[in-house]
Design a protein around this ligand. Structure first.
Ligand SMILES: [Zn+2]
Length: 256
């Protein structure tokens, strides 16, 4: 592959960052501040509004959309991802540009493995269920008491995973001040998020059910942290990075 360089700002830090893809032997790894590490659930140190990895002194925020693109492309091996900056750039808030950047790569990695059994993680009204099946399938649903959202569900298949890629991060205008005060979403704008007002939209959705499609994308990114693909039926209701990562921890395969 010719060298791929992607620049942008982080959603939460607002910090400029550069990402370079380098062909490399072995499992997919990040390279940050002189430290190389695999994106694995055991390295997750925070799941508040984004998934954060850390290894020694290196800490990298908001890895989920880039990892979702790797999941969709089937790339588990042969790539070193060099990052300068504290956070993976948010770009347009979706995984579309990451997916395009990975286009020249050959899918490679271990063969999908059957699930070890049925697994369930839950917290309040949120749950993630994984059940053995001969094929991979994913059902994601959300509920927000908002006139333009309500209950939404997406099933893959029939929706192809790559169709999820353009779905953007979403948020609510009335939460912006509180999140900014917590030091979050310093880089958020109408260029990288679908924003809802109390009654409607501030900008225009790209697809009918963009929020749930984005949740499915977030789930794929977090599931990538299992370190290898699995066959099975995955069902996520009102998912969060915390629950997704809990499942990935149960699936993280120490042998590969
Ligand atoms: Zn996301």
């Amino acid at each position: 592959m010719s060298e791929v360089v992607i620049r942008g700002v982080g959603l939460h830090t607002g910090a400029a960052a550069t990402v370079r893809f380098h062909p490399s032997e072995g499992p997919v790894r990040f390279w940050l501040g002189g430290v190389a590490f695999r994106p694995l659930a055991s390295r997750v140190v925070e799941t508040t509004r984004s998934t954060v990895l850390a290894e020694q002194e290196a800490r990298l925020m908001t890895v989920e959309h880039l990892l979702a693109a790797l999941y969709i492309r089937g790339v588990w091996q042969g790539l070193l991802i060099e990052v300068e900056g504290p956070e993976v750039p948010i770009l347009d808030g979706s995984a579309q540009e990451w997916l395009a950047a990975l286009e020249g790569l050959v899918p490679q990695g271990p063969p999908p493995q059957p699930l070890p059994g049925s697994l369930r993680v839950a917290e309040g009204k949120s749950s993630v269920l994984a059940q053995p099946a001969a094929q991979f399938s994913l059902t994601v649903s959300i509920f927000f008491p908002h006139p333009k959202i309500g209950y939404q569900q997406v099933q893959c298949p029939p929706t192809p995973l790559k169709a999820l890629a353009p779905a953007r991060t979403f948020g609510f205008l009335h939460e912006v001040e509180a999140l900014r005060a917590q030091g979050l979403i310093q880089g958020a704008s109408l260029e990288n998020a679908l924003v809802y007002s109390r009654e409607g939209f501030v900008n225009t959705p790209r697809m009918l059910q963009e929020p749930v499609w984005h949740k499915a994308l977030d789930f794929l990114g977090d599931l990538y942290l299992a370190g290898r693909p699995y066959l099975g039926q995955f069902m996520v209701h009102r998912g969060s990075h915390r629950l997704h990562v809990e499942l990935a921890k149960l699936l993280q395969d120490p042998t590969w």
